[in-house]
Ligand binder design. Structure first.
Ligand code: HEM
Length: 116
């Protein structure tokens, strides 16, 4: 199978994690808990291109052997961005946004009371 960056981007939640490394696409959902480098390092790269991060760590031959187990296909077209906004972040920012709107409304109302 071949996947575009756009498709890979979609798989960036804790129960659905794809990562692109060196032009190959990996579904590491089931590997999260077993990754010796931790879940978070994988989640940080979820839905994105982890090539340079993966290489920087200097993974062993064993790690490369293990990767094959999770390979689901190849990248088609340009690679995805390095980091993709994930669910928790999206949720967080929309909460903050909601809060921001409320805060502005509250300040506006206070100003109205004060100056009005
Ligand atoms: C399918 C993808 C991956 C596989 C199969 C994998 C596998 C492994 C394995 C087996 C190790 C133990 C050390 C070694 O044998 O090299 C390891 C360590 C580690 N991995 Fe991964 N890894 C993957 C992706 C990533 C990604 C995308 C990152 C992002 C930065 C990452 C970060 C790390 C870190 C920080 C360590 C710990 C190194 C240490 O504590 O010495 N890994 N990984």
């Amino acid at each position: 199978m071949k996947y575009t960056a756009k498709e890979i981007n979609q798989h960036c939640t804790h129960n659905d994690v794809w990562i692109c490394i060196e032009g190959k696409v990996y579904d590491v959902t089931k590997f999260l808990e077993d990754h010796p480098g931790g879940q978070e390092t994988l989640m940080d790269n979820a839905g994105g291109d982890a090539t340079s991060n993966f290489q920087d760590v200097g993974h062993s031959e064993d790690a490369r052997e293990l990767m094959k187990k999770y390979e689901i296909g190849e990248l088609e077209g340009p690679p995805p961005d390095k980091y993709v906004k994930r669910d928790p972040i999206v949720q967080q920012s929309s909460n903050t946004q909601g809060f921001g709107v409320l805060a502005i409304a509250a300040v506006g109302f206070a100003a109205y009371l004060y100056f009005g």
